[in-house]
Design a binder for this molecule. Structure first.
Ligand SMILES: [Zn+2]
Ligand SMILES: [Zn+2]
Length: 530
């Protein structure tokens, strides 16, 4: 087929609608960003709509020598070619409202390629019918008919190129994979308190007071309530109704994406409760100290330290493991914590975290040296593993932000998933944002690497940062004094000997009312040579 050559472009405004949808999807994705899956789906849909909007702004029909090309643009994702030698007949027709816009199969037979309006040219070819929507139906039909008349002898038919270009399939797939991957790779920081009491043990206020303070005053993302397992009165066993009520209340206050309440208790094995002054327990005194135990779902009753079935850390861990519970070592300081760490390595997947605090604490004008961080390091130096959390241990029913978790969403399962992987860090006072990675791996991980560990640290403080220190195997490997609220650096441990743990400690210039500076401690990363 030869001249006259044909080229016609028709524009239409409906791509604006696609961009509108894209914007809407992005907005809703942002609003629901705390949800685990929905934002990823919305993001993919939004990107798809934006891509469609960019590729369907005009429709061009043009002569390409031996074939007619029908292309949406400017992004050339959708195009179709019809070889002239396959064309059997051409006529002017109308699409119906039902046919709408875009590319689709028509209930009246054949494929419709339409951008606007209802006029079309019906092209019959050996493989079927194509309805090309155009505001130049007469011109196009005339052009095609002239060609047909000039070439009556038709070749055996060839191709009609596939409607859905392989490129778009690839693009959509890539966008979907990228969006899903980024949604899952990206952790959000959620702030919470892992430790606090109400009047159900030795604290003040009701469970309602506690959760309302956590949610509305402290503006926490999540909170653990942890009354002592012995309750608040003889016979020194938290009544089962109280435990049931605790579980009812956490469900009542939990709203996914907004606030997560977690039912826990403080497993309390402290020598003073064996003494005549506070004769809560009988038998020989234990020095296991306290551990908070918390559950992702309801359990019949707590595992009390008074109960011989659960009166050691190993027995407790065994019971908690069966119901998906997690345990943390509380305030591992002082003589009462003598046997705090007395559990097997196998249970480090249940007793995953430990409360962290400063070595020196000032309170009401006095200075105390609990050597808190040093105690935790002693445990790590034995080759053991634990992540770091913190809690206010409020007895006033007023929890505050002490622990940050890096979770995929603000739901109870997502918070537990983060805690279980030690993807959490402890702060003392200020909500310091801390990012700590080794070779791209996040805090809490145990990794094997080739070469030297590349340590990346990012801090967004709330005041001047006095010191950022990388601790390796119990001693400071590298430190700097930024003097600014933000710090970001990389450090390669050239002296890596093949098996080390690392964590980051941040000290900020601001002080609380007792004169304590704000701190943050990342959970460690354990690195082995591959
Ligand atoms: Zn305690
Ligand atoms: Zn406590």
């Amino acid at each position: 087929m030869s001249e006259p050559s044909y080229h016609h472009t028709q524009k239409a405004p409906w791509f604006l609608l696609l961009f509108g949808f894209a914007g809407l999807f992005f907005t809703v994705a942002w609003v629901t960003r705390a949800e685990p899956v929905l934002p990823a789906i919305l993001l993919v849909s939004g990107l798809l709509m934006a891509t469609l909007g960019y590729s369907m702004q005009h429709l061009t029909v043009c002569d390409e020598g031996d074939r007619l090309a029908i292309c949406f643009g400017p992004l050339p994702l959708f195009r179709k070619r019809i070889r002239y030698d396959g064309i059997i007949g051409v006529e002017i027709g109308r699409t119906t409202i039902m046919d709408g816009w875009g590319i689709h199969w028509s209930p009246w037979g054949g494929w419709v390629w339409n951008i606007w309006g209802r006029d079309c040219v019906v092209i019959r070819h050996q493989r079927g019918i194509t309805r090309v929507g155009t505001d130049d139906a007469e011109g196009l039909a005339e052009f095609l008919k002239t060609g047909l008349a000039a070439n009556p002898g038709q070749q055996p038919f060839t191709e009609v190129s596939p409607m859905l270009n392989r490129k778009i399939a690839f693009l959509v797939l890539s966008v979907a994979v990228l969006a899903t991957a980024s949604a899952h790779a990206q952790y959000h920081i959620y702030w919470g308190d892992m430790h606090g009491h109400t009047a159900n043990s030795d604290g003040k206020g009701s469970l309602d007071d506690y959760f309302i303070h956590a949610r509305d005053a402290a503006r926490l993302d999540f909170v653990v309530v942890s009354d002592h397992d012995f309750g608040n009165a003889a016979p020194w066993h938290m009544p089962k109704e109280t435990w049931t009520l605790t579980q009812d209340k956490v469900d009542q206050y939990t709203v996914n994406g907004k606030f997560v309440a977690i039912a826990g208790y403080e497993w309390t094995s402290q020598p003073k409760y064996w003494t005549p002054e506070e004769p809560i327990f009988t038998g020989p005194a234990k020095f296991y100290n306290h551990k908070n135990v918390y559950f992702p779902a309801r359990v019949e009753y707590l595992f009390s330290a008074k109960d011989p079935a659960y009166n050691s850390p190993n027995l407790l861990a065994q019971a908690a493991q069966k119901v998906g519970g997690l345990i943390q070592n509380n305030h591992p300081i002082g003589e009462e914590a003598r046997d705090q760490w007395d559990y097997t390595s196998a249970f480090e997947s249940v007793i995953v975290n430990t409360e962290m605090g400063p070595d020196v604490i000032r309170y009401d004008g006095k200075e105390y040296k609990p050597q808190w961080e040093a105690k935790v390091r002693e445990f790590l130096n034995l080759g053991r593993t634990t992540g770091f959390v913190a809690g206010s241990d409020t007895h006033e029913g007023k929890p505050v932000a002490r622990t940050a978790v890096l979770a995929r969403g603000l739901t109870r399962p997502a918070i537990f998933e983060a805690l279980r992987h030690r993807r959490n860090y402890a702060v003392f006072n200020a909500k310091i944002v801390l990012d700590f990675k080794i070779d791209g791996h996040v805090m809490g991980e145990e990794i094997e690497i080739q070469g030297k560990p590349r340590i990346a640290v990012g801090v967004q403080g709330t005041n001047k940062i006095e010191e950022v220190a990388i601790v390796r195997d119990g001693t400071v490997l590298h430190s700097l004094q930024p003097g600014t609220p933000n710090a970001k650096f990389e450090y390669v441990d050239e002296a890596f000997c093949g098996n080390s743990y690392y964590y980051v400690r941040v000290i900020q210039a601001d002080k609380d009312e007792h004169g304590n500076r704000s701190h943050a401690w990342s959970s460690p990363i354990w690195v082995k040579k591959k």
